[in-house]
Design a protein around this ligand. Structure first.
Ligand code: DGT
Ligand code: CA
Ligand code: CA
Ligand code: ZN
Length: 582
């Protein structure tokens, strides 16, 4: 059983308890545990089977949860979860995915109007019944209607991290079969897009039938949509559709290229082929006149046949990569191993789960040269944000840890994630901010401003000259909250003048900057910092998702701040702070 499957059950328990109006602390503990488990860098089931007691090493998992996790791992189910589902219809949970519909409202809709599904909701919205409910009104109805539209647009797409986890587990499962040669995920997953519609897997093998048999009998399969000799489709328990195709060895490369996409990239490559008297399909590369096959076993064949070097899957969006390849100016894309440190990390002092020492120790294990500890500031009171006094106290603790880790090769920087208030003022005194090694600024409130207001707000913050890095610049939460409207071009122009670095937040729900914004930053000569925004040790491993997005945004090692050595990093910050003041 995958970690994400365990996390899904725990999250559903939290949802169900919320609809019931249960104890908020209990609900939180289920949510926290789910979040932690989803982000574990190892397979929880294996660990539990080896040594159950090691569960206690994982932060935020108490005794009650401990038992439930063991039950889920051992039996694949959880009785508590099933009992809750006897009281509350499962389809009610979908309603919670609609923004503006909290558990209280869902409960009211259910009890008062008998709404138990999205379809029901649409029906009562059309009939105008919601505004008549106690505590709802026309405004609420309007808002729910808009959220519903948004929900329907994004429905059926999954976060990259979720899809990758499931795909990788499925690939290893398939690889165990005798007579299977190649197994490659293709599609948007291979391009590392931030959301994934479905998983496409390509296989070559001695015989197709046993592969298909193994595929449809995978323990994570919920439903078999189609089962054939060369193509099968299933829906996994998590809801992701997965297509498996069996290919001949001679056309594997051509098929890998075709099914990797994107569609627009494919169309452009085929057009290029046509001009050269060639025909490229998922079966191979052929001469148009004679029909003679000239390649297709390897993906490189496709590019070579149209006179191009290999183009990395992440770039294949027809956003200029073919022209760049033609002119020999493809970027040398950044890799995970180029990263030397992490510049957004929370600890227990605000809303993180681990101590400074614990985060430092994990960073050291990862081979980093530095990390920055960046707690929230006081405006984010739910996250126990720090006021000036606590910042100064915390700085001493960071210095103390830094002293101990220095000789081991890791530097711990004194940072903060200071709130950008709606006015554009910063949440902490400038004199205090100046004493920190690194200041990360971020918007965490009042997302409903107009584009002009939000742009002004962020620009004002940059113009204080006190911010080194602008964190998660659009505030999006994938599948949950749209980015707030903001004029990114203007923000980056001002950032450039002030030497401010844009963050690519690598947390799987954020990936913010997105790929297009990364490219924009590069084109404008604005540097990017890839940070995990870690709230516990395990989150440090999310760096890879940031790298994927950076690669989709054409970023090279030089474009990214935290590929710099410790001394060079300090130089960049120092230079920025030395720029002529506003
Ligand atoms: P997704 O699943 O929505 O996240 O996005 P993709 O890119 O994985 O799209 P999918 O699964 O529909 O198809 C996989 C690849 O197959 C796609 O990237 C390119 C190729 N493909 C699919 N349909 C067409 C088509 O009509 N024309 C061309 N040229 N290629 C196509
Ligand atoms: Ca796909
Ligand atoms: Ca597909
Ligand atoms: Zn933040």
């Amino acid at each position: 059983m995958e970690n994400s499957e365990i996390a899904r059950i725990l999250n559903e328990i939290a949802d169900l308890l919320e609809i019931k109006g249960d104890n908020p602390f209990r609900i939180r503990s289920y949510r926290n545990a789910a979040l932690t488990i989803e982000n574990l860098p190892f397979h929880l089931e294996t660990m539990v089977r080896e040594d159950e007691s090691r569960l206690d090493e994982i932060p935020r998992i108490g005794k009650g949860l401990h038992e439930k996790i063991v039950e889920i791992v051992n039996t694949g189910r959880c009785r508590y979860h099933e009992d809750l589902l006897k009281e509350i219809p499962h389809s009610l949970l979908d309603l919670l995915r609609i923004s503006g519909l909290g558990p209280k409202k869902v409960q009211t809709l259910w009890k008062e109007l008998g709404v138990t599904s999205i379809d029901d909701l649409e029906r009562v919205l059309k009939a105008g019944l919601i505004k008549k409910l106690p505590g709802m009104g026309a405004k609420t109805e309007e808002k729910i209607l808009r959220s519903l539209e948004e929900f329907k647009k994004r429905m059926g797409r999954f976060k990259l991290a979720t899809a990758l986890t499931y795909a990788q587990a499925l690939v290893s499962y398939l690889r165990e079969l005798d007579g299977i040669y190649q197994v490659e995920p293709a599609g948007s997953l291979r391009r590392r897009k931030d959301t994934i519609g479905d998983i496409d897997i390509l296989v070559t093998c001695r015989k197709g039938v046993p592969v298909m048999e193994r595929f449809v009998n995978y323990r994570e399969v919920r439903e078999v949509l189609a089962k054939g000799d060369t193509k099968s489709s299933v829906i996994l328990k998590c809801g992701i559709q997965t297509d498996l195709r069996v290919l001949s060895k001679e056309s594997f490369g051509a098929a890998l290229h075709y099914f990797t996409g994107s569609k627009n990239h494919n169309i452009a490559i085929r057009e290029r082929a046509r001009k050269r008297g060639l025909k490229i399909s998922e079966y191979g590369i052929f001469r148009e006149d004679t029909g003679e096959r000239i390649g297709g076993e390897r993906e490189e064949d496709v590019f070579r046949s149209v006179g191009l070097p290999f183009i990395a899957p992440e770039l294949r969006e027809n956003r200029g990569e073919i022209e760049a390849a033609e002119e020999g100016r493809l970027p040398k894309l950044i890799e995970l191993r180029d990263i030397k440190g992490d510049l957004q990390i929370h600890t227990r002092e605000s809303d993180g789960a681990n101590t400074i020492e614990e985060m430092a120790a994990s960073a050291l294990e990862m081979g980093y040269q530095y990390i920055a500890i960046t707690e929230h500031s006081k405006a984010v009171s739910v996250a126990k944000g720090l006021d000036e006094g606590r910042v100064l106290e915390h700085m001493k603790r960071i210095e103390e840890v830094d002293r101990r880790f220095k000789e081991k090769g890791l530097r711990v920087l004194k940072g903060i994630e200071v709130d950008i208030l709606p006015s554009g003022d910063l949440d902490l005194d400038g004199e205090v901010l100046k004493r920190l090694d690194i200041v990360v600024g971020a918007v965490h409130s009042k997302f409903n401003m107009t584009k002009e207001e939000m742009t002004e707000r962020v620009i004002r913050a940059i113009e204080t000259g006190l911010i080194d890095i602008l964190a998660h610049p659009t505030g999006r939460l994938i599948g949950e909250r749209e980015p707030y409207p903001i004029d990114m071009e203007r923000v980056m122009d001002v950032a450039k003048r002030f030497g401010v670095i844009m963050e690519l937040n690598a947390y799987p729900d954020r990936l913010d900057l997105n790929d297009i914004h990364c490219k924009l930053a590069k084109d404008k000569g604005v540097m990017v910092a890839i940070s995990t925004d870690s709230h516990n040790r395990m989150h440090l491993w999310n760096m890879k998702y940031g790298i994927y997005t950076a690669r989709r945004g054409w970023l090279e090692k030089e474009d990214v701040l935290n590929t710099r050595s410790y001394t060079d990093l300090l130089k960049v910050i120092e230079e920025r702070r030395g720029l002529p003041s506003p």
